[in-house]
Design a binder for this molecule. Structure first.
Ligand code: C2E
Ligand code: MG
Ligand code: MG
Length: 707
């Protein structure tokens, strides 16, 4: 080996030292106090990359540094900078203390130097290559930092999930749990420390009442919970703790421990229950709604099958719509609330009262002994609803009508019973309201007929099943036909259906608008062919007045057919005036302004309010034929006819007596000064062709006979 040890006087001991220095695993050198290199070993040369012969004994530090820099060492400094700093350090290190520093060498290597100053010798320096060490420690540090970051993230995740989370080891000791877990079970700090036995936690839950009431002892409870955990390894468990509901899920771990999640679903369940309630109850009255009622009805079918009697009552408030219209919806709502409270007061615990919608209620009586039990309740309902409601200073009188269907006699299924109770209700309403009615088999037939009328009527116009006939009105002074009333006829399936039957259906379905227009066009087209002395009268339904453009419609039909407005009479009934609608009156005025005559038809029926005659200047009053019918049997009929004719005279309205069938009747109305008569005595309604013959040939045999 080529020892570069340079010492005065070689001796055995120095040889020994040489050998030792050569073999130590670091670089080694000694700088004299004058910064001369006095000793070094091979490792030192290798570390810095000094060729063996480039380093000489007594070489100055300046030279060594220069050489070192040439070899690429200390790349971060100039040789001068390094030298200045190094000398400064060495000088400062004369106290004999060991100090370490690091130097950056060529090829990215780092050497750590340790210096000890020895007064007789100088600075003894060891050099160690720490490149690998630094690299590996950097990796470790980096890993540690990553782990820390991961832990922070995990911690944040674990504590930020809303669910409680805990992990137990195979021996049932807590490994970790999060804040929500502690919160859900209200666990004190000492219970959430790692190592806490599961038993302690379960025991704590028992002690603080966090357990369902069925456990008498702690042990029972703990055993049961262990069972839940064991079972829960495969499934979710919903556990009720007193007032709280917890959803638990246990997941086994390979080592035999488990992780479990815990979610307090109390509020969620309450919310679900609320939604369920809302879906099956009426928000305004809190009563069960139609859906719940029908469900319960369906359940009742089993009772009916077992032979029990059940009653279904359909209840409808009378005049509720007009209260809503007149006093507003907020009062309407209060009426409904009070009404439902009153209805509820009539029920037993086993009965079910529901609001089906609007002012419609339904009551299921289950069971009843006999139909009269249902009648008794219906009577109570009608009675309790007749006393007025006092709402916001208003005294509101409504009342209720009730329809009753009894199972099994009126039906055994929900559908049939509901439908039949509804039919019975319909009848109760027709009978003047504030009453109740049982279902009867014939009601069904009547409804069937009505339905077939409705569907038949829809097609009637297209199928040419409708036609108009004309019944003459005879002027008593003129002694001739002054007017002809257009009357609608429907021949359907080879059968004549009376207008009394189909007109109400046409009105309810709105078909009357289209049909009425057709009648008017037919009537006007026919009338233009007549002598100008004969007018035509057309009946108008109140429903037609809902059409805002009624005036325009009539006006254009007159234009189309060429009939002068003065030859048209329109007959309206008292029910139209009942609506007391500004727009209706305005339309009537506009019609009258262009020369159309307006007649009050069927006067004296219905509402008989004389005030209607003041609301509009009618041209004609037609006295209803019921007075003619009763003329002989009832004394007051003549008195009324007399009064109406007198009234007509004084108001400047002409009067017509309808339904004159006998000479007797004719004489009576003529005596009273009636202007016009209509009835079978003169002529039944005639086909259009017959009318032309009658008017053109002046064939008036009956007229001649009575004149
Ligand atoms: P209305 O307007 O009072 O028509 C008079 C009704 O009395 C007609 O019955 C007519 O045939 C009948 N009649 C005439 N003279 C006598 C008589 O001496 N004795 C008896 N018992 N009855 C007599 P019709 O044609 O069955 O019409 C019934 C109701 O149907 C009409 O009563 C009217 O309110 C309505 N109506 C008929 N056609 C139309 C129409 O085109 N449009 C509208 N909206 N309603 C119509
Ligand atoms: Mg009429
Ligand atoms: Mg009439």
């Amino acid at each position: 080996m080529t020892s570069k040890m340079a010492r005065q006087g070689h001796s055995d001991s120095t040889l020994l030292l040489d050998a030792a220095l050569e073999n130590i695993p670091y670089g080694f050198c000694v700088w004299s106090s004058e910064f001369k290199l006095v000793m070094w070993n091979r490792h030192y040369l290798d570390l810095y990359g000094f060729p063996a012969d480039s380093v000489r004994d007594g070489m100055s530090l300046d030279e060594v540094v220069k050489l070192s820099a040439e070899l690429g060492n200390h790349p971060d400094q100039t040789p001068q900078q390094f030298l200045t700093a190094y000398k400064k350090e060495l000088r400062a290190n004369r106290q004999g203390l060991r100090y370490k520093s690091r130097e950056l060498l060529a090829a990215g290597r780092t050497v750590e130097t340790a210096h000890v100053f020895s007064p007789g010798l100088g600075w003894v320096v060891t050099h160690e290559d720490v490149t690998e060490e630094i690299a590996s420690s950097e990796i470790i540090q980096k890993r540690r930092r990553e782990l820390e970051r991961q832990n922070i993230r995990l911690d944040a995740a674990v504590n930020n999930i809303s669910q409680g989370l805990c992990m137990f080891d195979p021996k049932g000791r807590l490994v970790i749990c999060n804040a929500p877990y502690a919160r859900i079970y209200d666990l004190p700090d000492e219970m959430v420390k790692p190592g806490t036995p599961l038993e302690d936690i379960l025991g704590h839950l028992f002690d603080t009442g966090m357990h369902s009431s069925s456990f008498a002892t702690r042990e029972q409870y703990i055993t049961w919970r262990h069972g839940v955990i064991a079972r829960g390894l495969h499934e979710k468990a919903v556990v009720e703790f007193g007032t709280r509901i917890i959803l638990m899920q246990h997941h086994p771990m390979k080592d035999g421990g488990f992780v479990s999640t815990h979610e307090d679903i109390t509020e969620q369940r309450q919310q679900e229950a609320r939604i369920q309630h809302l879906a099956r109850h009426d928000a305004l009255t809190e009563l069960p709604n139609r859906a719940l009622f029908l469900d319960e009805m369906a359940d009742t079918e089993a009772m009916i099958e077992r032979g029990e009697k059940v009653a279904v009552l359909c209840i409808d408030l009378d005049h509720f719509k007009s209260i809503n219209d007149m006093l507003g919806h907020s009062i309407g709502d209060k009426v409904l609330k009070q009404a439902s409270a009153r209805l509820w007061g009539t029920t037993r615990e086993t009965d079910l009262l529901a609001r089906l919608g609007g002012d419609e209620f339904s009551l299921l009586l289950r069971p009843i002994d006999k139909p009269s039990d249902a009648a008794a309740i219906a009577e109570r309902i009608v009675k309790t609803m007749t006393s007025p409601f006092s709402i916001d200073g208003h005294q509101i009188a409504i009342g209720a009508s009730v329809g009753i269907a009894i199972a099994p006699q009126d039906g055994e299924t929900t559908d049939v019973l509901m439908k039949n109770a509804d039919l019975a209700l319909y009848r109760a309403k027709a009978e003047g309201r504030s009453t109740y009615h049982f279902f009867e088999k014939e009601m069904d037939a009547a409804i069937q007929k009505r339905r077939s009328i409705e569907s038949g009527l829809r097609a009637a116009l297209q199928l040419n099943e409708l036609r108009v006939v004309f019944q003459p009105l005879v002027g008593l002074k003129e002694n001739k036909v002054t007017c002809l009333e257009a009357l609608l006829r429907w021949r359907h399936d080879g059968e004549d259906i009376s207008p009394a039957e189909f007109i109400p259906v046409a009105e309810e379905t709105g078909l009357i608008v289209q049909i009425g227009e057709w009648v008017l066009r037919e009537a006007c087209s026919a009338a233009v062919l007549w002598p100008t002395t004969a007018r035509v009268a057309v009946n108008l339904s109140p429903v037609q007045f809902k059409n805002k453009r009624l005036f325009e419609t009539i006006h254009s039909i007159l234009g189309e057919t060429g009939l002068p407005p003065t030859r048209l009479e329109l007959e309206i009934t008292e029910s139209l005036m009942l609506n007391d609608n500004e727009q209706t009156l305005q339309t009537l005025h506009r019609l009258r302004a262009i020369g159309i005559r307006i007649s009050m038809d069927d006067f004296g029926t219905g509402y008989s309010s004389l005030s209607y005659l003041r609301a509009f200047p009618f041209d004609k009053i037609k006295i209803d034929r019921s007075f003619m019918r009763d003329l002989e049997s009832r004394g007051d009929s003549l008195a009324i006819i007399k009064a109406v004719i007198g009234l007509g005279h004084s108001l400047g309205m002409s009067t017509t007596a309808e339904g004159v069938e006998t000479e007797e009747q004719l004489r009576a109305v003529r005596e009273q000064g009636c202007n016009e008569v209509q009835g079978f005595l003169f002529s039944p309604p005639l086909e259009a062709g017959q009318v032309l013959t009658l008017l053109n040939t002046e064939q008036r045999p009956k007229l001649r006979a009575v004149s």
